[in-house]
Design a protein around this ligand. Structure first.
Ligand code: BES
Ligand code: ZN
Ligand code: ZN
Length: 475
């Protein structure tokens, strides 16, 4: 398949089949279009076609909402909607009029970048298992701008590739992306780069006391693994450690999930994919920051030999954990990887996981939750607002910690309350953060789009890739 050619600059229109006109509310009359626009067409998210007569061009008006409310995220959103609208009739080439951007708070370069990002992410498709594509691909996109932005567009392409990598991994069905395949795909991505790769399995896990992983993975015919990726371009700099939950299928273990459609349980490695995608982007762009990525991988399925509720897991930091519910498996495997992170003397530790349904109860589906170090959460919030991976700081309620007590171990992995589950999970993980400045990110609510919106097609969102990479780069 040929890649979409994206160009920019003053060159006059070639044979583009359609021209896209992003429009602000209240500014319709200034559009320069030979059509009468009505106000609703400029409403945020609206897409209106003016199909040309024979031999004429087609026009697509995209609503941007109010001019004073414009953000780069709104541009990405409009671009995603425009990209999909253009693909439906099967058009192959289009031009985009970006004249609106130049006088705004944003530079034309930023508008071009945001539009490109939204467009490419919004038209992403996962076609691995379809007998035919759902729509025909576009061949060329031209920005009507005052200058050329070739290098900006290339930079965005790197960003998009990293997000696509994460989406591709998360969308894979559970049988295909089993623990063996997941570890192999991560190795494949970084082999031949400067990243040092290690995959711990079996005895190597046992020798290191990674009993959470070994316990959770016991029900599966695929053995669990810890993938360790060390990227250290800066000699002597303490790394940032990233830990990503990699449960390739969360069937709940012996506390088996019983809902009707549980195919989304394949997406329980969204945290791992975010970490892999972020490192992909950092390596691709030769970022000068040291990063250690740790990815605990396991299948949480019932089966002969699977972990039985009541079992006690002993961790190398001396803590023992009673498994009351095998569906609270994420924290059990994250604990192993977080303790392992301490071996690298990291300056900071960030763990990312699709950890609790409860985070969605608290925050809805548009913004992930985070807990931990105040300085780090403030910077993550800022990075998230800028890049579109939104995130909100939540409290570590010390008073709730007693709910994690066990009658015969130091801790329990489950608390007998329907309230505050995401906070309890964060409190659990805090016990394994080793005193390093730490943030826990629960992205169970943002890992996928249930219905098409903005620049998210249905399926994996790629959440966390841009957030983590931008945070690490200090953007
Ligand atoms: N992977 C799930 C959390 C999840 C739920 C992710 C919904 C995405 C969508 C996690 O392992 C889990 O099952 N959590 C339980 C915890 C409970 C047993 C303490 C939950 O959230 O119900
Ligand atoms: Zn679970
Ligand atoms: Zn899970």
């Amino acid at each position: 398949m040929t890649e979409l050619a994206i160009t920019s600059g003053r060159s006059s229109l070639a044979g583009e089949e359609a021209i896209v006109y992003p429009s602000f509310e209240g500014a319709a009359e200034a559009s320069g279009l030979p059509f009468e626009l009505v106000p609703y067409m400029a409403k945020r998210g609206e897409a209106t076609w003016f199909f040309g007569r024979r031999g004429e061009r087609h026009y697509l008006v995209i609503g941007l909402g109010r001019r004073e409310e414009l953000t780069l995220e709104r541009v990405r959103e409009a671009a995603g909607i425009a990209g999909r609208a253009l693909r439906k009739p099967g058009f192959r080439s289009a031009a985009v009029s970006l004249a609106f951007g130049s006088s705004e708070a944003f530079g034309e370069d930023e508008i071009v970048s945001a539009w490109t990002e939204g467009w490419l992410l919004g038209t992403y498709e996962f076609n691995e298992y379809r007998s035919s594509r759902t729509s025909s691909p576009m061949e060329s996109l031209h920005f009507l701008t005052s200058e050329e932005y070739g290098s900006e567009i290339e930079r965005v392409r790197d960003r998009v590739e990293a997000v696509k990598l994460a989406r591709d991994l998360v969308n894979e069905p559970g049988d295909r992306l089993n623990p063996d395949v997941f570890a192999e795909r991560i190795v494949e991505r970084f082999i031949g780069t400067s990243v040092k790769i290690k995959v711990y399995k079996g005895l190597e896990l046992a020798e290191r006391g990674m009993n959470g992983l070994l316990t959770v993975g016991r029900g599966s015919r695929y053995s669990p693994a810890l993938v360790e990726l060390v990227y250290d371009p800066v000699p002597g700099e303490a790394p940032i450690a990233l830990v990503g939950k990699g449960v390739t299928f969360d069937m709940g273990g012996m506390n088996v999930k019983t809902a009707n459609d549980i195919s989304d349980a394949r997406m329980d490695m969204g945290g791992a994919a975010a970490v892999v995608g972020a490192l992909d982007l950092l390596v691709r762009t030769k970022a000068r920051r040291n990063v250690v990525a740790l990815i605990p991988i396991a299948d949480n399925v019932p089966g002969p030999g699977a972990c039985l509720p009541s079992e006690v897991v002993a961790y190398p930091n001396g803590l023992t954990v009673q498994v009351k519910n095998t569906d609270a498996e994420g924290r059990l495997i994250m604990a192993d990887a977080m303790l392992h992170a301490a071996k690298f003397d990291p300056a900071e530790l960030i763990d990312v996981a699709t950890l609790t349904g409860n985070v969605g109860q608290a925050l809805g589906l548009g913004i992930a939750g985070m807990w931990g170090d105040a300085g780090m959460t403030a910077r993550l919030h800022k990075a998230g607002e800028a890049c579109g991976d939104r995130i909100w700081a939540m409290p570590l309620m010390d008073d709730y910690e007693e709910q994690l007590r066990s009658d015969y171990a130091d801790l329990s992995n489950w608390a007998p309350t329907p309230y505050g589950g995401a906070i309890l999970a964060a409190l659990f993980l805090r016990r394994f953060s080793g005193g390093v400045p730490w943030v826990h990110i629960d992205m169970a609510n943002t890992s996928q789009a249930k219905s098409e919106r903005s620049y998210y097609p249905v399926g994996a969102s790629g959440y966390g890739v841009r957030l983590l990479a931008d945070y690490i780069l200090g953007n």
